[in-house]
Design a protein around this ligand. Structure first.
Ligand code: PEP
Ligand code: MN
Length: 337
């Protein structure tokens, strides 16, 4: 359930509601908005009398949340969430572009790509050091060495870092180098990993599983939020359908759907969403027009020799052209880049 406090409710009034919720067996999650403070009570009984809270001083209303996810629900933070990654805000008016290779392959490679993406206006560099590959014989990533190169290149060009964490044992290491933990599609329902990330105080980019519904994606986010880590971004990266022409089917409609259901920022990944370089720019433009708060794009200085996902990686020139187009589209949907 949620208790929405009146505008100007005092700290003692808020505290009294928190105490009451705790007394009734709820875990309390507080969202302090610009206008209203919202208290989310999770874990308590479903059938309590909402009137108990409605008569308390400073309370505007108490609502039972019917959806299975509570903290991910739009009701918890009607104004939306902005995830702060240092001085980069994701979920505000400015659309953030994250770009980089699928995998970190060498120091030279990541520096070359970092230069390209930073110059073109990306704020975050992506690059996997631990790679979830369909085949055990494919390149599995450089591990810590890759993370070190990624951090060095990011610092050199003033970028933030997003990199995938595949298991609990990697959290500490990835957290030492990355600004954002990426949870890959294959791990969207690795609930133990999600719970552990809920204990971290670092943003998480949670990708939609290849066969996951939007509700399942939001429930996975709930695992992280319920641990007290509210800095979660969701990512549409294409789902598995009967269509085989593209690698996945990019579900652009997930962007407005999630925005309606949830306060969490929505990231679009047209690289994995299509699997084909020539389809990435059209889908990136569509995602921006549909309201994406950020885009994550694979860019490689020599895609034809990439160690992973070369077919969907943009050439530097293609990325620069796309950035120019995105800048032209953004104002039409009241955004900037
Ligand atoms: C990636 O970002 O390179 C990746 C493996 O993504 P996904 O988990 O969406 O397949
Ligand atoms: Mn990839």
């Amino acid at each position: 359930m949620l208790v929405v406090m009146q505008q100007g409710a005092t700290e003692p009034q808020i505290q009294a509601v928190i105490d009451r919720l705790v007394e009734m067996g709820f875990n309390v999650h507080r969202s302090t908005g610009v206008i209203h403070t919202v208290l989310g009570g999770v874990g308590g009984k479903d059938d309590i009398d909402l009137g108990i809270f409605e008569v308390m001083d400073g309370v505007k209303e108490a609502v039972r949340i019917a959806s299975p996810y509570k903290l991910a629900s739009r009701n918890f933070r009607p104004g939306g969430t902005i995830v702060h990654v240092g001085d980069v805000d994701i979920g505000g008016k400015c659309v953030v572009v994250m770009a980089g290779p699928c995998s970190v392959e060498s120091r030279d490679q990541i520096f070359a790509v970092a230069e390209v993406v930073a110059r073109a206006g990306a704020r975050v560099i992506r690059g996997g050091a631990f790679k979830p590959r369909s085949s055990p014989y494919s390149f599995q990533g450089l591990g810590e060495e890759g993370l070190r190169y990624l951090r060095e290149a990011a610092d050199h060009y003033g970028l933030k870092v997003v990199s995938e964490v595949m298991e609990i044992a990697q959290i500490r290491l990835v957290g030492e180098y990355a600004d954002i933990f990426q949870v890959g599609a294959r791990n969207m329902q690795n609930f133990n990993l999600l719970r552990e990330l809920g204990k971290q105080r670092k943003p998480v980019l949670l990708k939609r599983g290849i066969a996951a519904t939007i509700e399942e994606l939001l429930l996975s986010a709930e695992y992280i939020l319920s641990g007290g880590n509210y800095d979660v971004m969701l990512c549409e990266r294409g789902i598995r359908t009967f269509e085989t022409y593209t690698r996945n089917t990019m579900d652009i409609s997930a962007i407005p759907v999630v925005h309606k259901l949830s306060h969490l920022p929505m990231v679009a990944d047209p690289s994995h969403g299509t699997g084909r370089r020539d389809k990435v720019a059209p889908m990136a433009r569509a995602a921006l027009a549909a309201g994406a708060d950020a885009l994550i794009l694979e860019v490689h200085q020599d895609p034809d020799h990439a160690l992973s996902d070369g077919a969907q990686s943009l050439h530097p020139g293609q990325f620069e052209d796309l950035m120019r187009q995105l800048r032209a589209i953004a104002p039409v949907v009241d955004r900037t880049i």
